[in-house]
Design a protein around this ligand. Structure first.
Ligand code: SAH
Ligand code: SF4
Length: 345
């Protein structure tokens, strides 16, 4: 939903100001999914608005729920027919998180990521980004899923900093008290390392969490895995991280996908430790070691014993490190598995 468009439509219809407030209540507090359900509105107003400003900019094309019920993946069809995936996760019985997309596909082309294989089709609009949260809130209500959805991670399809303006506009809507009212600390934006935008983000959104997908602390290897490293090598990235740490009082969450025989050995752990020592105090960093989720790429996940060893090595050096097993693998809804195949698109 685009609130400005709704406001303009209500104005054109010369509706009194309280109609907008009623709509906000219905959409953002009660998660109503159709104008028909706004019973305090006259029938004619509901009809006019549903034509002028649809509640959702996308339609559900396909839905999958994991066997344990903790991951739900939706394929959404946008107004131009393009498709995008979005995921709802239940990391603990009382918490729900949505993993949202910022682009249809992605131009960065990380070698281990399913979305990277698609290439970039287009950026999402701010409305298409925030409508994924609206979609899941409506879904939770329809399915009577208990609890609230108030955690959002920009870790779906796309590179949010490659469409910085759209991402920034969507963050403002999510945090707006009159719209989603989601706290900045409940939102995380993940980037593959676009250094100038990291610096801008520190200035614009010092309270929103930043996650950096690092995956290697040696330029040759990182450039191979995450090709954007050629434009912003590790030295430039370190500079941006220092700016971020000095301008905010937040931690940086570092994502590191463990790939067997590629980035999970002792030399890789030492390079990572050395890199961080040159950036800032260890307590301002948190390394999330991610177990690789299989995709149509030649990589293999690290052995569990190796992943545990890697984690312990970082911890011994004073770096907080956790090992993350992703939810939703059985529905291809885990990190890096989002893909719209050619026959779907
Ligand atoms: N483009 C942004 C955000 C989306 S990707 C970024 O790269 O940060 C979200 C996370 O999933 C990133 O940390 C990414 O490195 C990770 N990821 C990608 N492919 C993966 C895979 N096959 N298994 C596990 N994690 C993966
Ligand atoms: Fe794009 Fe992130 Fe996938 Fe890399 S990991 S291809 S940046 S979505």
């Amino acid at each position: 939903m685009n609130l400005q468009r709704v406001e303009a439509a209500l104005k054109d219809l010369k509706a009194p100001a309280f109609r907008l407030e009623q709509l906000r209540q219905a959409v953002f507090r009660q998660s109503r999914d159709s104008y028909e359900d706004i019973s305090v509105w006259p029938e004619s107003l509901r009809r006019s608005l549903s034509q002028a400003a649809p509640l959702l900019s996308a339609n559900l094309a396909e839905l999958r729920v994991s066997g344990d019920g903790r991951a739900h993946k939706a394929l959404l069809r946008l107004s131009d027919g393009k498709l995008v995936e979005t995921v709802l996760l239940r990391p603990s019985p009382t918490r729900w998180t949505t993993c949202i997309s910022s682009q249809v596909g992605c131009a960065i082309g990380c070698t281990f990521c399913a979305t990277g294989l698609m290439g970039l089709s287009r950026n999402l609009t701010p409305e298409e980004i925030t409508d994924q949260v609206l979609f899941w809130r409506q879904y939770m209500k329809r399915e009577s899923l208990p609890g609230n959805l108030d955690n959002v991670v920009y870790m779906g399809m796309g590179e949010p900093f490659a469409c910085y303006e759209q991402t920034a506009a969507s963050l403002r809507v999510l945090m707006d008290q009159k719209q989603f009212a989601i706290g900045a600390r409940h939102i995380s934006v993940s980037t593959s390392g676009l250094a100038p935008q990291i610096e801008r983000f520190a200035e614009d959104f010092p309270q929103v969490n930043l996650a950096l997908s690092l995956h290697a602390a040696e330029d040759g290897l990182r450039a191979r895995l995450v090709p954007v490293n050629r434009a912003f090598p590790l030295g430039r990235l370190a500079q941006a991280l220092k700016v971020y740490l000095s301008k905010t009082n937040r931690k940086v969450f570092v994502e590191y996908v463990l790939l067997e025989g590629e980035n999970d050995g002792p030399s890789h752990a030492e390079a990572l430790i050395g890199y961080f020592k040159g950036i800032g105090p260890c307590e301002r960093l948190h390394v999330n070691l991610i177990v690789f989720n299989p995709t149509e790429t030649p990589h293999r996940p690290s052995l569990e014993s190796q992943a545990r060893w890697f984690q312990q090595r970082l911890r011994k050096a004073g770096l907080p490190a956790t090992l993350r097993q992703n939810l939703g693998r059985d529905i291809r809804g885990a990190c890096g598995q989002l893909l719209v195949s050619r026959n779907q698109a």
